[in-house]
Design a protein around this ligand. Structure first.
Ligand code: GAP
Length: 547
């Protein structure tokens, strides 16, 4: 149901440096299925324990996936800890004292509203069903706007069209009414109203197609296990549902040992676990996933200024990758979590619509105060400038590694038709994130070319993840590298020994250059060095988070 609209893809034909554009139509559902299949076929993502038919919403990263994932993590980590002298990292344990989750509210307050379909016996999150319905209205509006844009061309005024076209006005009105009703029901924790919305909107179960729904009930998403033997009296503990609490309970440790002055931040990357009910859309919603979170501790009263700062900084971080500025938008929350006084999501346009990739929350002093209360410890900061102690307020930026991975894959994947009826699948991965930066290939497997190619590879491998390939025709080897997103293919031929040059072939344009071997390092460095992205984020006049 989510994939109903047709996706027009521009396909580029390359012939003697000329591009021919043809149109191929495929649904977003088809595109997404192909991306999932591609991830498996090329060693990016595998279903977990696949030989036993897999485990629901749990995935393993393969040889290329882990490189891409590590590059995403490195890009995030360095953008936090290198670009900001007042942000440091930690790596807290997954297991935490169970009282942590009492204090955080996860034991009592973090429950999801669930509803079952009596015919399919499938369980859904009621809020997700309604959000999907809102997304359907958004899709209808976007479709009308696109149609009109094509019809009116340059002179098209989107705002004017939306405020005058009767059909669009009707969709917008329905969408707004539903949105308002939904936000109120969520804020009031009104489970009966959530069910009534599902019935009124005539939302059907995607499996059975019926509206035979049960009442909405609350459900806790935390996984639990036991620590210690039962003879000792085992303790029930939880697998952390977010990494943030590991930062809060270490606030005093880091502040004191690092002599940190407010404002300052603590960053962390690590696994989190949620017993998600609606496990779907591949690695978008998993039961075991990874988060990159940063808690920024500020003076009370200054939190909304910092909230705005981090919103803008994080958006720049995303956009610097060049996946397309138009694919991002903010979605401000109507329903705030019990700890927050402002919250927004950074959404990315996936093949199944705009979806949350990152959350930015102004968490007030809820977490530190609550841990102080439950632990009996004083968790405060003495501000020498104000000559007073207080419980700091917190701005949190929280991004899922796996969702980031999915957004990169979805925007990178392209099918191209080439001259002579040939096709290629190419991943236009940002070079900084590409699992393999260059593949070195001897033109033929003889005449000393493999030895020369290995010599070049052995020089480059100290700085870059490079590959070597001598099997099959050069064309087939190019295709293999295109499919995993390798930005450069470097071919050693019979002239290499004489002129000290190799042919560099570029993934996106498929054009080729003859370059000196000693220039290779700089060519690859320039394209893959994250420094270039950091400059884009902070610009020349970087206003630091130190004040
Ligand atoms: N500490 C705040 C927090 O955990 P959240 O909005 O629940 O906030 C933050 O999660 C991010 O973690 C999301 O924006 C998303 O990228 C990622 N995430 C959350 N649940 C996930 C899941 N089940 N599978 C994959 N990623 C998930």
């Amino acid at each position: 149901m989510i994939f109903s609209c047709t996706y027009q893809k521009k396909v580029v034909l390359l012939h003697s440096q000329k591009f021919y554009i043809i149109n191929m139509a495929q649904t977003q559902e088809e595109t997404f299925k192909k991306i999932v299949a591609h991830c498996k076929e090329y060693g990016f993502v595998f279903p977990s324990s696949e030989i036993y038919d897999g485990l629901g919403a749990v995935y393993d990263y393969g040889q290329n996936g882990v490189e891409l994932k590590n590059n995403i993590k490195r890009y995030w980590w360095d953008s936090m800890t290198l670009l900001h002298e007042n942000i440091v990292g930690i790596d807290a344990a997954i297991f935490m004292h169970p009282t942590t989750w009492k204090a955080s509210g996860h034991v009592d307050a973090f429950n999801d509203p669930l509803i079952d379909n009596r015919d399919s016996k499938k369980r859904y999150r009621a809020d997700v069903l309604i959000e999907d319905q809102i997304a359907k209205y958004d899709e209808k509006i976007a479709k009308e706007v696109e149609k009109a844009r094509k019809r009116f061309g340059e002179s098209f005024d989107e705002e004017m069209f939306k405020s005058t076209n009767e059909r669009v006005k009707e969709h917008i009105a329905k969408r707004e009414a539903l949105h308002e009703r939904f936000a109120k029901a969520m804020n009031d924790n009104n489970l009966e109203e959530l069910k009534q919305i599902i019935l009124d909107e005539e939302i059907v179960c995607p499996i059975s197609g019926t509206r035979n729904w049960t009442d909405v009930r609350q459900f806790n998403l935390m996984f639990s296990t036991e620590m210690g033997s039962t003879a000792d009296g085992a303790m029930k503990i939880y697998l952390r549902p977010e990494t943030a609490q590991g930062i809060f309970v270490n606030f005093l440790n880091v502040q004191k040992t690092g002599r940190m002055k407010i404002p300052f931040g603590i960053a962390q990357i690590g696994k989190a676990f949620r017993n998600e009910i609606v496990a779907r859309q591949f690695i978008f919603r998993m039961r075991e996933f990874e988060q990159m979170e940063m808690q920024f501790f500020v003076r009370p009263g200054e939190e909304l200024k910092w909230f705005e700062h981090w919103k803008q900084f994080r958006l720049k971080w995303h956009k610097a990758l060049g996946l397309g500025d138009e694919k991002y938008r903010f979605h401000d929350h109507d329903k705030l979590a019990h700890y927050a006084n402002a919250a927004t999501d950074i959404e990315f346009l996936m093949p199944f619509g705009f979806k949350e990739v990152e959350g930015i929350h102004s968490r007030t002093n809820f977490d530190l105060s609550s841990h102080a209360k439950y632990s009996g410890k004083k968790i405060e900061y003495f501000d020498p400038e104000l000559n007073q102690s207080y419980t700091p307020y917190v701005i949190e930026t929280s991004i899922g590694v796996d969702r980031m991975f999915l957004s990169v894959m979805c925007s990178a994947y392209e099918e191209q038709a080439l001259e002579g009826g040939d096709t290629r699948v190419v991943l236009h991965l940002p070079a900084v994130l590409a699992p393999v930066k260059a593949c070195i290939m001897p033109l033929v497997k003889k005449d000393g070319l493999p030895e020369k190619a290995r010599e070049i590879m052995n020089e480059l491998k100290f700085d870059f993840k490079v590959a070597y390939d001598e099997k099959d025709s050069i064309g087939k080897r190019y295709r293999r590298q295109d499919a995993v997103g390798t930005p450069f293919c470097i071919t050693v031929d019979h002239d290499t020994e004489k002129d000290g040059c190799v042919t560099v072939r570029y993934r996106d344009t498929m054009t080729q250059d003859r370059v000196k071997i000693e220039d290779l390092h700089e060519i690859i460095r320039k394209a893959t060095d994250p420094k270039e992205l950091y400059r884009k984020i902070v610009g020349d006049s970087f206003e630091d988070t130190n004040e």
